[in-house]
Design a protein around this ligand. Structure first.
Ligand code: FAD
Length: 454
């Protein structure tokens, strides 16, 4: 046996449609899977608590699946560029393959590593696997990035159809000796004291087999009703695939092709995948999306002094506003929140509590199992009005009207915040702010910003 191939897994924790894994198998040498927990490289954002919980389960599943097919998954932690190079040396690897990432710090790590490995005479190649349309391939007629979704998505649709997904490998040659691996439990990704992950365990089973099962079920049972019911949080009509796509347990190529092959009317659902592509496009061109307003006039926004008790009430779902409280508790319990309610809770934080969007983005980052370096800040900036193709700031969601419209029978609120039911024995919390007055204050702050940035 010659020099093994290393597949460095990152946001692609799957065997099916994994071009880096395919390239390794095609080399006809032993295959070693590697995952690096990187909390050290400059600018790499440490994972939030719910994301760590998901990662643990997904790595467990991936490791098992690789072993069943004859290979292995080596776990290491540290600054990825040096760790991957170390493992390549220890294994006397002939090649290292990975699928591309699009955040600024991640790209820097990858570029540094690529140079170092090539200097050592190791073959290196990277592939497109997480996005259907890589950010630099979609450009306006003037050769610039898009900042508005509709023309972006139109341009994507005029490009060649995304390639067909690659089949799942049945077996792969394992190495004769495997580089040392950390024990997954030693990474302590699961919460223990206290163990707050009970709701996550009830809701999810991380890993590729469950991801594939959910895609099949969604296409068979829910897609037909998607357009009509997608905005109703109690309908369970959306795919629930966001953590699967975030961690790459499912490939967007598979989702795309299987959706189209289902023969159903699917334009709306595919365009939601388009929003995911657009968020990545915007992140690629604005690497500091999570910290910096895309529209710089928002740098002058007069955020008042933080009111920590109000921030806490929002985080804990105790604002006294039923739809907001229901959403924040759904988030805490399940690690996700329905898209419409994400918009309502974000708008409430930014505009009714006048708290900087970055605080909300960080809370979502810590509590979402689908917390994504592109989609999370992109959508927060969308709600704040500071982002690309954003909702205008003066569009302040009214959570009471939103509840009447999208939860007309109060089912969602009853499920997550039952004390608001008329027959509840428990008194609900009083509203911590007046919606009308705070809306006026938000619009006044916006006017002040506009005057100061003129
Ligand atoms: P479906 O309706 O079934 O949509 C299918 C897929 O399309 C989703 O799984 C997701 O990958 C993608 N998608 C749908 N809507 C969006 C969108 N607005 N932006 C980007 N991709 C989208 N999504 C994340 O994946 N990670 C995040 O961290 C995240 N943070 C958000 C923060 C805020 C403030 C808001 C308003 C939205 C955020 N979203 C985020 C987008 C959206 O809410 C979720 O993708 C969606 O609720 C996931 O449910 P689903 O898989 O059932 O969606």
């Amino acid at each position: 046996m010659g020099q093994p191939s290393i597949v460095w897994f990152r946001d692609d924790l799957r065997l099916a449609d994994n071009p880096a894994l395919r390239a390794a198998i095609d080399r006809d040498e032993p295959v070693i899977g590697l995952y690096v927990l990187d909390e050290e490289s400059d600018g790499i954002r440490p994972l939030g608590g719910a994301a760590k919980w998901w990662l643990h389960g997904s790595l467990e599943s991936l490791g098992e699946r690789l072993r069943e097919r004859g290979s292995t998954l080596v776990l290491r932690r540290g600054a990825a560029a040096s760790v991957v190079a170390d493992v390549a040396r220890e294994a006397s690897a002939g090649a290292v393959f990975w699928n591309r990432r699009y955040g600024g710090a991640e790209r820097e790590v990858d570029a540094t590593l690529k140079t170092a490995l090539r200097d050592d005479g190791i073959t290196v190649a990277s592939f497109a696997a997480s996005l259907l349309f890589e950010p630099w391939t979609v450009q306006t007629g003037a050769g610039t990035p898009y900042s508005v979704f509709t023309p972006f998505w139109r341009a994507c649709q005029s490009m060649p159809t995304p390639r067909a997904p690659l089949p799942e490998p049945r077996e792969m040659p394992g190495p004769r000796s495997t580089p040392a691996s950390d024990d997954l439990d030693d990474w302590k990704l699961l919460p223990t004291a206290p163990d707050w992950a009970g709701g996550l365990r009830e809701t999810w089973e991380p890993g590729e087999p469950a991801a594939r099962a959910r895609l099949r079920e969604f296409l068979a049972d829910d897609l037909a009703d998607y357009d009509r019911s997608r905005d109703e949080p109690s309908a369970g009509a959306t795919s629930g695939l966001s953590p699967r796509l975030r961690w790459g347990e499912l490939s967007p190529y598979a989702v795309w092709h299987e959706t189209v092959a289902s023969g159903q009317k699917s334009g709306r659902f595919l365009s939601e995948l388009g929003w995911r592509e657009f968020a990545a496009h915007v992140l690629y061109h604005h690497p500091d999306l999570a910290t910096k307003n895309l529209r710089s006039e928002f740098d002058a926004f007069p955020w008042p002094r933080l009111h920590p008790a109000q921030l806490r009430a929002w985080q804990q779902g105790r604002t006294g506003i039923p739809l907001v409280d229901a959403g924040m508790r759904e988030l805490w319990h399940t690690g996700v929140m329905h898209n419409r309610i994400r918009m309502v809770t974000a708008s409430f934080l930014i505009k009714n509590l006048l708290i900087d969007w970055r605080r909300g983005e960080q809370w979502f980052w810590d509590t979402l199992v689908d917390a994504d370096g592109a989609s999370n800040p992109f959508n927060w900036q969308w709600v704040a009005g500071s982002g690309a193709d954003a909702a205008p700031y003066f569009r302040v969601f009214n959570p009471e009207l939103q509840a009447q419209k999208f939860d007309p029978h109060g089912e969602y609120i009853a499920r997550w915040a039952p004390e608001y039911r008329v027959d509840s024995p428990e008194d609900p919390p009083e509203p911590i702010v007046d919606l009308g007055e705070t809306r006026k204050a938000a619009l006044a702050a916006y006017e002040q910003m506009r005057r100061s940035s003129r």
